[in-house]
Design a protein around this ligand. Sequence first.
Ligand SMILES: Cc1cc2nc3c(=O)[nH]c(=O)nc-3n(C[C@H](O)[C@H](O)[C@H](O)COP(=O)(O)O)c2cc1C
Length: 303
Amino acid sequence: MKKVLVLYYSQSGQLKSVMDEIVAPLSRCDNVQCDYLKIEPETVYPYPWPFYAFFNVFPEAVYLDGCPVKPLEAEEDYDLIILGYTSWFLSPSIPITGFLQSGQAEKLFKNKPVVTVIACRDMWLMAQEKMKKLLAGLGAHLVDNVVLTDQGKSLYTFVTTPRWMLTGKKDAFWFFPRAGVHKEEISASSRFGERLCNALQHDEERSNLPLLKNMGAVNVNGKLIATEHIAHRSFLIWSKLIKKAGPQYSKGRNVVITIYAFFLLTLVLTVVPLNMLIRKLISPFRKKALDKAVRYYEQPSGR
Ligand SMILES: Cc1cc2nc3c(=O)[nH]c(=O)nc-3n(C[C@H](O)[C@H](O)[C@H](O)COP(=O)(O)O)c2cc1C
């Protein structure tokens, strides 16, 4: 009997619906026991998010200050672990970080093959770089990464995703598409569960090599690589400033958050379009370097 542990943290239930699709074939799989568990922070995060609550978690997310999480009712010695997480400010969500920093994760993940599953707006590259380090610190082997991103162009999701997070509204409006990952893409995630079931039947997980190659597990948007690098650098600086201004929800912190929100809006309306234009103009000269970066971020599963 093979044992698979599936873990996730989802607020609105979107990531859970992706995990449900992956878990369904695994729970029907012969000689496979699939334990499907939710990571729960000791203090619940709000959803939808009040504006200041949303930005109050920014520095902690960026600096990987995980929160305390409830212990899981998991067994020991799994053959494969599937970890579903969302990206918060270009970092794994705080409850996921908190769990990966716990003593229980240390025991569960040591020497285990891990498949990460991400469902987010469209900026996950830096989060996955941080995830790689967290997993390596636990002695785990990242064998695959599955990524689903919100429907619509980046320019649209810059509006639709925050609107959804701050109000709970996902519907299409004006010329904006519905928020979140497309339903069809979520349903199609069952193919990963089917493939993993097959791999487990043939002991393939023991090789610590990718199991989900040539399945469209990831699709890196090359145009976003530089944006993520720049944004992450600025996130590190602003997070430090916000942290210095005071503890979570303090007056001092909220003042700096207000300044930051205005700064961010100005940046998005001015520097971001300019940066996009410049990148478009120089992209033919940087094609080789960009292709290399795309291939790197698509690892280990590839397209
Ligand atoms: C505090 C916060 C920060 C977020 N930051 C990002 C981000 O940096 N990149 C991204 O692609 N999505 C970001 N998102 C969207 C989430 O990754 C995810 O799509 C959304 O929270 C829905 O997931 P869930 O309801 O399944 O938890 C953020 C969401 C929250 C709540």
